[in-house]
Design a binder for this molecule. Structure first.
Ligand code: EPZ
Length: 417
């Protein structure tokens, strides 16, 4: 099992390129199930989760051609609407095949994704919406069996809470339904908008993506298209935090400050200077950051996927920060690992109080989930001495060429077995 060895103390300095967004690419890959014509995607990140989903789509009968960040998918041969447990358990976003399969072939057998380290991750809202559109759904032996005779029908849907993949699944299902579907309380995340843009390029009729009310007029079928995946705003924020924590000065290309206003605001409050270019961001950090309190919430508020990274920078900032996690019930596991490096963190339910310390001491730590691992890497970059981060397969799921990009920015990191 690979580990990442970090020699702390280097200021990050230099530039690197941000990859396409994992959380836009995953739903958009599933959207290709809706068409019998080829769809070509560019700027697709080369990540474990993407490879897993492409394998799953291949098993369903989708022809997949990949050339670097360019992927062409042809679902004309779709003949096996099954997402088996052994695939879904490693990549819960596989649930995103449910909506497209119901729209295209009227049936689906998808393993329940189950929970993960950060929470139970139920999909009740996905199922409730599909049932409102006419689907018959049974959950047996850990599988969702969904069928609909005569095709889905447009409906007025309301989700009990803002759900990103729930909104995405229902929007995809509605594209080929009979009549209009309105999704109220919809997620406004930029990845939902990127998916809607791709669907519209394929011939879907969608308005309101990016707001909390999305309207979809069902059409007979969708045609082929070409779409470029948006930049990964969480990868962008992660590298900005790494530079901020190390007092560095970096430039990130292939990205922009759009879609991360809440993160940029907090980094400015922490004392960084940030300059947005058309297709790049520059950040220059002060010698020591000022603590910043955060409260996670659905977009456009502060993203939960950046919470661990901000806990890490608050460990070495001047002052005390209060971190409120309102989206997931168990997303502070990085705290105990950060305490092993000497961080002063007090957890009380979904609130963490972080008091900045002058120095962290390198140690062996263990990654528990994708974004927690990123937080541990940031702490390792500023800790004295060596930090060995174990179970970095979590990182490989969501950060393309992380070691190479950190090295490009001047970090002293190496992968060890
Ligand atoms: C998406 O997960 C992202 N994943 C997550 O990123 C991200 O943290 C999350 O949105 C929140 O922004 C992808 O887009 C592939 P939710 P998702 O449905 O859609 C509850 C990463 O690190 N809920 O918006 O699964 C749920 O338990 C990952 O890249 C229900 O109760 O999250 C949670 O408390 C981690 N029932 C809240 O809603 C449902 O049917 C928000 O979850 C659906 C959700």
């Amino acid at each position: 099992m690979d580990k990442l060895l970090i020699q702390g103390g280097a200021r990050l300095d230099g530039e690197t390129t941000v990859s396409g967004a994992k959380n836009a690419a995953l739903p958009i890959l599933c959207a290709t199930l809706l068409s019998a014509e080829p769809v070509t995607l560019t700027n697709v990140p080369q990540l474990q989760d993407i490879a897993t989903l492409l394998r799953l789509l291949g098993q369903m009968g989708v022809a997949v051609e990949r050339d670097g960040d360019r992927v062409t998918l042809d679902a004309s041969g779709l003949d096996n609407p099954l997402a088996p447990y052994e695939m879904v358990k490693t990549m819960r976003a596989s649930i995103l095949v449910l909506g497209p399969l119901m729209a295209r072939v009227g049936e689906a057998r998808v393993s329940l994704p189950g929970g993960c380290a950060i929470g139970a991750r139920p999909v009740d809202q996905h199922l409730k919406g599909l049932q409102a559109m006419g689907a018959k759904i049974a959950v047996e032996q850990g599988y969702i069996h969904a069928t609909v005779a005569g095709g889905l029908k447009g409906a007025r849907l309301f989700t009990d809470m803002v759900t990103v993949t729930g909104t995405e699944n229902l929007m995809m299902a509605a594209c080929l339904a009979k009549g209009e579907t309105v999704i109220e309380n919809a997620a406004r995340e930029p990845e939902v908008v990127d998916l809607a843009n791709c669907l519209v390029a394929m011939g879907a009729r969608i308005s309101g993506a990016g707001t909390d009310v999305i309207r979809i007029q069902g059409v007979e079928c969708l045609h082929g298209a070409e779409h470029r995946i948006m930049p990964d705003r969480i990868e962008t924020g992660t590298y900005l935090c790494a530079a901020a924590a190390t007092g560095g000065s970096i430039r990130l290309m292939g990205t922009s400050t759009s879609y991360i206003d809440a993160v940029v605001d907090k980094l400015l409050d922490a004392g960084c200077e940030i300059e947005g270019e058309r297709d790049a961001i520059r950040l220059t950090a002060p010698p020591r950051l000022t603590s910043v309190s955060i409260r996670t919430a659905p977009y456009p508020a502060f993203p939960t996927d950046m919470q661990a990274q901000f806990m890490a920078i608050n460990c070495v900032a001047e002052g005390t920060a209060v971190i409120r996690e309102t989206i997931f019930e168990n997303r502070f596991m990085h705290a105990v690992e950060l305490q092993r490096l000497g961080a002063e963190i007090r957890i009380d339910g979904n609130t963490a109080v972080v008091t900045g310390v002058d120095r962290l001491e390198g140690a062996s730590v263990m990654a528990t989930d994708l974004r927690a691992s990123a937080g541990l890497i940031i702490a390792g970059l500023v800790a004295d001495g060596e930090t060995l981060v174990d179970r970095i397969y979590h990182l490989d799921r969501g950060y393309e060429k992380l070691g190479d990009k950190l090295s490009q920015l001047g970090a002293r990191v190496s992968r060890v077995r």
